[in-house]
Write a protein that binds this ligand. Structure first.
Ligand code: SF4
Ligand code: MG
Length: 283
């Protein structure tokens, strides 16, 4: 049986020392081993950004896609290679700006993959511009007088879209993050895990200390019920999205594969993909 070390390769990450993405990489490797996967049973598909490099740093199948397009690729990989466990990953810029249309529709479509976003409230790869989750007043190279836009409440959006698994982690809480990723992989349907993953180089506001001071652990809210969507929405609004833990899980919602007529878990073969001759002639 594989251990987390089997999910390591010999590529040295070129993230800045202290970047939150290191912990997310470690958490994916540990969670994959903990749920009993072998490296050849996992595919990590990423978008563009500092976090997008993650697919090259894990010993598994990998695909470093194009900007904002990790989800269409990941869904295609899962539908064609049905035995694979598929993790899509990227940053807040990748998933919530250029890729937002795909994010919403992947949540709605509910194909059985796990989407992990490394949310640092900034564009790191392009050296520090305001992102969709940056706070109002946030000063960067693209908003020298402070951002006048309000940040996107991504957790409210996920719940409104009908996403059946919504969680939020913090990159230094490795044990909790590993557990959330395990739960996400095991959930039958689309699982969304937003991870606060500080950019130590360009975001001097949303630091590790800032998150430690502001994040509320849902496990410590007495009576919090992860199957209650209304309670989840209300709690997120009350805490301005700054919560960590499993926010909402709907075990009854059918995944796309379970709901689709004629879907089989069998891997597709060349014959399955070939158009019958009579259909071809109709074209
Ligand atoms: Fe991480 Fe920021 Fe450095 Fe990118 S620029 S590797 S997000 S710390
Ligand atoms: Mg970012």
């Amino acid at each position: 049986m594989a251990t987390f070390k089997d999910f390591r390769n010999n590529v040295k990450p070129n993230w800045c020392p202290g970047c939150g993405d290191f912990s997310v990489q470690a958490a994916i490797q540990r969670a994959s081993a903990n749920v009993g996967l072998e490296p050849e049973q996992l595919a990590v598909i990423s978008g563009i950004g500092c976090s997008g490099r993650i697919s090259g740093y894990i010993q598994s199948y990998g695909f470093h896609g194009i900007h904002g397009r990790s989800l269409p690729i990941a869904q295609g990989v899962k539908m064609a290679n049905r035995d694979l466990t598929v993790i899509a990953s990227g940053g807040d810029g990748d998933g919530f700006a250029i890729g937002m249309g795909h994010t919403i529709h992947a949540m709605k479509r509910n194909i059985d993959i796990t989407y992990i976003v490394m949310d640092n409230q900034i564009y790191g790869l392009t050296k520090g511009q305001t992102s969709p989750t940056s706070a109002e007043g946030f000063t960067t190279k693209s908003t020298p007088s402070g951002s006048v836009e309000s940040p996107l409440s991504i957790m409210e959006m996920a719940l409104a879209t009908g996403c059946g698994f919504v969680a939020q982690g913090f990159s230094t809480d490795l044990k909790d993050l590993v557990s959330l990723i395990e739960q996400g992989i095991n959930h039958k349907g689309f699982s969304f895990i937003n991870v606060f993953s500080p950019c130590v180089t360009f975001n001097k506001v949303n630091t590790y200390d800032w998150f430690k001071e502001h994040l509320v652990n849902l496990n410590e809210i007495v009576g919090y019920d992860t199957s209650n969507r209304g309670m989840a929405m209300q709690t997120i609004i009350e805490h301005n999205g700054l919560v960590k833990g499993l926010i909402y899980k709907d075990d009854k919602k059918k995944s796309y594969q379970e709901a689709a007529h004629g879907y089989s878990d069998k891997p597709l073969t060349g014959t399955d993909l070939k158009l019958p001759e009579e259909k071809f002639n109709e074209l």
